[in-house]
Design a protein around this ligand. Structure first.
Ligand code: FES
Ligand code: FES
Length: 201
């Protein structure tokens, strides 16, 4: 298995989930077990860059695929922008759901940048491009990740900020609720967050 760029060879019962293989065999306990039945998102990892709940994946099915866990997001001692945004904006309370929220948010930002619509996207025509990454869009796209502490307000802000940082560093245009200055401080001005407000803007 390719996990966070490292090759691992494991012999597992074919019923072993990816989540148990990560936690029990490889000591990668950043990935959390919440419901163990695909309901909460605490075990979210990236499989070939796409979100997956590790409790519903068999470890043997991940053979030959690139698995990224929360332990593999930082690079060169520098936190991933999503991790930094969660820290800066208190996107957590107890922190149990946080690794899954962060992995999910990393993929959400990429899915959005690639133009994928969500269930609340107004204009789903391909030529319309990525919709504004409003709070509604973030809430919908992150809806598979539950937080028992209900830190949702801060989580939405953190995802918005990380998307703004990504847009700034890649030169892409994305409308989010946050403006990133050169010091990477954040204003709390909110973008138009409803279809009516966007139409009026
Ligand atoms: S532990 Fe996998 S979705 Fe809850
Ligand atoms: S921060 Fe406690 S469950 Fe989300």
């Amino acid at each position: 298995m390719d996990i966070n760029g490292d090759k691992h060879t494991l012999t597992v019962d074919h019923r072993t989930t990816l989540l148990d293989a990560l936690r029990e065999r490889l000591d990668l306990t950043g990935t959390k077990k919440g419901c163990d039945q695909g309901q909460c998102g605490a075990c979210t990892v990236l499989l070939d860059g796409r979100r997956a709940v590790a409790c519903l994946q068999l470890a043997v099915a991940a053979e030959g695929r690139a698995v990224t866990t929360v332990e593999g997001l930082a690079e060169g001692g520098q936190l991933h922008p999503v991790q930094q945004a969660f820290l800066d904006l208190d996107g957590y309370q107890c922190g149990y759901c946080t690794p899954g929220q962060i992995c999910s948010a990393v993929a959400v930002i990429e899915e959005h940048a690639a133009g994928w619509p969500s269930a609340v996207t107004d204009d789903v025509r391909p030529e319309a491009g990525p919709p504004p990454l409003t709070d509604d869009e973030i809430r919908e796209r992150m809806s598979g990740n539950l937080c028992r502490c209900a830190a949702y307000v801060s989580i939405v802000q953190a995802v918005s900020r990380a998307a703004a940082v990504r847009a700034e560093t890649t030169g892409h245009t994305v409308i989010t609720g946050h403006t990133v200055t050169t010091e990477h401080t954040v204003t709390t001005e909110r973008a138009a967050t409803t279809p009516a407000k966007r139409a009026a803007a």
